[in-house]
Ligand binder design. Structure first.
Ligand code: ADP
Ligand code: MG
Ligand code: MG
Length: 889
């Protein structure tokens, strides 16, 4: 018999799959003895059953009734009891927190009778009617589907009529009138009445929360956060406590540390005489938590104690929601809080120092993605000029974009390739698509716990909120700064999420403190604590990781940077760009050569140039391996565009001149070499086998460069890599030539040359015959870009615009297989090649040099697959180091 309902006293934090994050944490706090209003949780399993069949699973309501009866017995009154009603909240709560994405309904159990009873027992008519008003409003919009703005408009109208700013100022009679208005509105809009039966209210509220799992905004959020669509949400039914019972009551949100910087101290917002949803909605201006100490020292002390308890228990930053009812503190929610990348590093180091977590746990708490974010450039503070406004630095980073004033516009412009900054008074869950599309979010209201702040932080998006000096006029599509500057839609603004400042126009960017530290170990006054925390995480990762990290670098500058960033060699040095620029002409001559002598001349001219390239790179990477790949791309990439040539010839003819003979020759060569699918054509090892002298020239250049470095006293470690091999015989032929040339160079230069020869594994056939190939290869390097293209049969250059977004939408994959390695398909080929290659040659060195080498998820895969190293772009090297460390935990 499946069980669908658990009392808060029965669950715990390890039950998040079943009870959702909110429910399992409410149970955990209950177990810890914290003051949590009693209640029970309907499981995610009940939700899934409901969503599958469209009706309640059998037996669900019997269980709910039993738990409700127990709750009523302990409270000594029943749900909606007319003279003294027990009231309930019905709260959504999925496994992964989805702030504000789904529904919560408060004050269930009030009706035309019990509101009078509540007024009497509480001694406050205003409170009773305010609560009833909230219930009808939330129930009307969430359960009965009336547009919530209709209620808000009526409320705003009434406030205007009474000349008050704040709904706290509306007397009971007005609130009672509002309840009538709301009920009429519901009837008018739906043809249905607001249900007076508390039992019916409860049942319908629960079903509405289940259904909210499939609501539009919840789905958008899940896609953005890669949360599975089939988890379902739990529903928590809980006794209400009241923050709207007067000035000795209130609601708040708090963090055990600063979620933006990770630094110690209590952070939060408090709103006297309010129910919780008012705080997050940013309807009224909150006061900082410190103010609570003055208002109610006992509750403040209690809160601090509970927060310490929670942080020690969870061994992490927690965020909480609380309510004070006439001087009594109640804990309504906690969870391990979302944080910025910066805060994640700082917190991990601090918690390890405090002995709450081990160094390995600290490493596990940070991520390569977060590190990458800290390496992004920031604003050059010397050239920022005066800020238009300052607000709360809610989510760090530097963003420049055109101001837009609603979500739809943000989406539209971003889709057209424009960078935008979404500017709102405050955001609501409806703004989510715009927030995803924007570079940054800027609001004029709300604090660190406002919707904008929480959601932006979760996404790693730049956010400044509560910039109160700004007047945002959404209708007119503009905002005005305190100095009178008007920024209209489309005007470029710069948002500094670290300093909480907004500037007109684009502000120039400079390297982040983390980059400067990586570059030369230099410190940074203001953010030294971040740099230190990052350094500690990297050091730990280097201690525990098994994977080596190399870089893809083709120039001495890149090689040097990679080395500073911790690269242990070069895993891919492409030689093709060495054929561009002023050397293009020589390459043309080589390609177009009519005779052997002409070709040999061109190759001989290229030789010293190549040699110098290799000398410089080997010097930059002295002592560390440098894997040099022989020429890979199709030759026509080095020839001019045929259309351009044809136009040039045609216009010469139109002018009555003779077209340039060279142009005509080029055009016919280009046409002769035309390939329908060049990426599957004459390239890679095939070039080496078909173009006489090409391999020999490249290998001679490598051999001579090594010789030169040896004579100069260096320790060059060149490795020669053959691209696009599909069969062992291809590799054998090339390798014979490589060895012949190396032997010649060695003899001529009088030095011993030891250059391992290996191959890329980037065709399915190579992976499937890796055992054979290993007979000839001293190392393998997976070229996962080509391997992904050839395994899936789609071309990277063509798919992204064409159909990837449709595939992502339809869930064929949740991230592009060019970004994160497709473990199921491409990963399987990798596994086969590793196993069969090592079976033949146990000491076979195996690495990867595709983009995936710097992708966190893929790095974990390569660790597990038993590779020796990953190679990635220099800027990803620190990311790969960190993730290789985490993979080894
Ligand atoms: P969300 O997941 O969007 O944060 P919650 O379920 O936490 O939604 O509900 C929103 C707010 O409603 C809470 O912050 C809290 O202040 C208020 N609330 C929920 N349950 C209760 C309750 N039992 N008593 C008083 N207020 C409640
Ligand atoms: Mg909440
Ligand atoms: Mg390739």
């Amino acid at each position: 018999m499946v069980r669908y309902v658990y009392d808060f006293t029965e669950g715990g934090r390890d039950m998040a799959d079943l009870l959702g994050g909110k429910g399992s944490n409410l149970a955990e706090m209950t177990r810890l003895g914290l003051p949590v209003p009693p209640g029970f949780t309907l499981t995610t399993e009940a939700c899934r059953a409901f969503l599958e069949t469209g009706s309640e699973p059998a037996g669900l309501w019997r269980e709910v009734s039993a738990h409700l009866a127990a709750l009523e017995a302990s409270a000594g009154r029943s749900l909606g009891q007319p003279d003294d009603p027990l009231l309930l909240s019905v709260r959504s709560g999925a496994k992964f927190s989805m702030p504000g994405m789904m529904e919560t309904i408060l004050d269930i159990g009030l009706n035309d009778d019990s509101v009078l009873g509540l007024a009497k027992v509480s001694g406050s008519e205003r409170f009773a009617w305010d609560s009833y008003r909230r219930l009808v409003q939330m129930f009307g919009s969430t359960v009965m589907g009336v547009d919530s703005s209709r209620f808000e408009q009526s409320l705003a109208l009434l406030k205007e009529l009474r000349g008050v700013q704040d709904d706290v100022r509306l007397p009971a009679s007005d609130l009672a009138e509002l309840v009538e208005t709301f009920k009429n509105l519901i009837h008018l809009e739906t043809g249905d009445h607001f249900p007076q039966s508390p039992a019916e209210q409860l049942r319908r509220a629960v079903m509405a929360v289940f259904e909210s799992w499939n609501g539009e905004r919840a789905r958008v959020y899940r896609r953005r956060e890669h949360i599975a669509d089939d988890l379902g949400t739990a529903v928590n039914v809980q006794r209400m406590v009241f923050g709207n019972l007067g000035s000795d009551s209130g609601s708040g949100v708090a963090f055990t540390r600063d979620p933006a910087t990770g630094r110690p101290g209590l952070y939060g917002d408090y709103l006297p005489d309010a129910q919780g949803e008012d705080v997050v909605a940013g309807i009224r201006n909150t006061v900082p938590l410190a103010e609570l100490e003055r208002l109610d020292a006992t509750s403040y002390d209690g809160l601090r104690t509970h927060m310490r308890t929670l942080e020690r228990h969870y061994r992490d930053l927690c965020d909480i929601e609380f309510t004070i009812e006439r001087g009594t503190l109640w804990m309504l929610q906690t969870r391990v809080g979302k944080r910025t990348a910066e805060a994640a590093f700082v917190l991990a180091a601090a918690l390890a120092d405090e002995g709450l977590i081990t160094p390995d746990e600290a490493l596990d708490r940070v991520s390569g993605e977060g590190l990458a974010r800290l390496m992004f450039p920031r604003f050059d503070t010397d050239s920022t000029g005066t800020a238009l406004a300052h607000g709360v630095p809610a989510s760090p980073g530097a963003a420049v974009g055109a101001a837009v004033f609603d979500s739809a516009q943000a989406v539209r412009r971003a889709a057209a390739g424009e960078k935008v900054v979404l500017v709102r008074q405050e955001t609501t869950p409806d703004d989510l698509p715009g927030m995803i599309a924007a570079q940054a979010v800027l609001t004029s209201r709300g604090g660190k716990t406002s919707h904008a702040a929480v959601v932006a932080r979760g996404m790693g998006k730049v956010c400044v909120c509560g910039a109160e000096e700004l007047t945002v006029d959404t209708e007119a599509r503009r905002f005005t700064a305190a100095d009178g500057t008007v920024i209209r839609e489309g005007t470029i603004v710069s948002v500094d999420g670290s300093a909480g400042a907004v500037y007109a126009g684009p502000v120039p960017l400079v390297d982040s403190a983390v980059i400067r530290y990586l570059e030369d170990g230099s410190g940074d006054g203001g953010s030294q604590y971040v740099v230190d925390a990052v350094a500690r995480a990297l050091a730990r990762a280097d201690t525990v990781r098994r994977l080596e990290v190399r870089a893809n670098a083709d120039t001495p500058e890149d090689a040097e940077r990679a080395r500073r960033f911790g690269a242990q060699g070069i895993g891919l040095c492409r030689t093709e760009h060495m054929f561009l620029g002023e050397r293009r002409e020589l390459v043309e001559q080589m390609i177009l050569a009519g005779t052997d002598a002409e070709r040999e001349k061109a190759l001989a001219d290229l030789l010293p140039l190549q040699r110098q390239d290799f000398v410089a790179i080997l010097e930059a990477m002295d002592g560390l391996p440098v894997t040099i790949r022989l020429l890979d791309p199709p030759l026509h990439e080095f020839l001019p565009d045929p259309t351009e040539l044809a136009v040039r010839i045609a216009s010469a003819q139109a002018r009555g001149e003779d077209p340039d003979a060279h142009d005509a020759e080029l055009l016919s060569a280009v046409n002769r070499m035309h390939e329908e699918n060049p990426m599957l054509g004459l390239r890679g090892v095939r070039l080496g086998l078909v173009v006489p002298g090409l391999v020999a020239m490249q290998v001679q250049a490598i051999g001579e460069a090594v010789g030169e470095r040896l004579l100069a006293g260096g320790t060059p470690k060149a490795e020669i890599m053959v691209p696009l091999v599909g069969d062992v015989r291809e590799l054998r032929l090339v390798r014979e030539e490589v060895q012949r040339v190396l032997a010649e160079v060695s003899r001529a230069a009088g030095v011993a040359l030891d250059c391992p020869v290996g191959t890329m594994i980037e065709l399915p056939r190579a992976a499937l015959t890796a055992g054979r190939i290993a007979e000839e290869a001293e190392f393998f390097s997976f070229g996962t870009n080509d391997l992904t293209q050839t395994t899936w049969g789609f071309s990277r250059d063509d798919v992204e615009a064409e159909f990837f977004s449709a595939y992502l939408d339809k869930g064929v994959f949740s991230t592009s297989p060019f970004e994160t390695l497709d473990r199921e398909g491409v990963g399987r080929l990798v596994g086969i090649a590793v196993a069969e290659g090592r079976a033949v040659r146990p000491d076979l060195k195996i690495g990867v040099c595709g983009e995936h080498g710097g992708d966190p998820d893929s790095v974990h895969f390569f660790h597990t697959a038993g590779l020796d190293y990953v190679s990635c772009s220099p800027f990803r090297v620190p990311v790969a180091r960190l993730e290789a460390g985490r993979a080894a935990l």
